[in-house]
Ligand binder design. Structure first.
Ligand SMILES: [Zn+2]
Length: 64
């Protein structure tokens, strides 16, 4: 698992929810912005690549 999606029902201003990178088995505290489709985010610590598509899969499934 490298990405989790958290949808806070009390957070009415951001209905889209929040994404968090799971780095080496630990969920990071800071929220991940969704990268553009042609520029995947590569984590400097664990080296995982998070593509735009992964975020939408996480949004549907809860995690990737
Ligand atoms: Zn990482």
């Amino acid at each position: 698992m490298v990405l989790v999606f958290v949808n806070d029902p009390l957070d009415s201003e951001e209905a889209g929810g929040h994404f968090y990178h799971v780095c080496r088995g630990k969920v990071e505290d800071t929220e991940m912005p969704v990268p553009p489709p042609d520029r995947p985010y590569e984590c400097p610590r664990c080296g995982v690549e998070l593509e735009n598509e992964d975020f939408w899969i996480a949004q549907v499934k809860g995690s990737v």
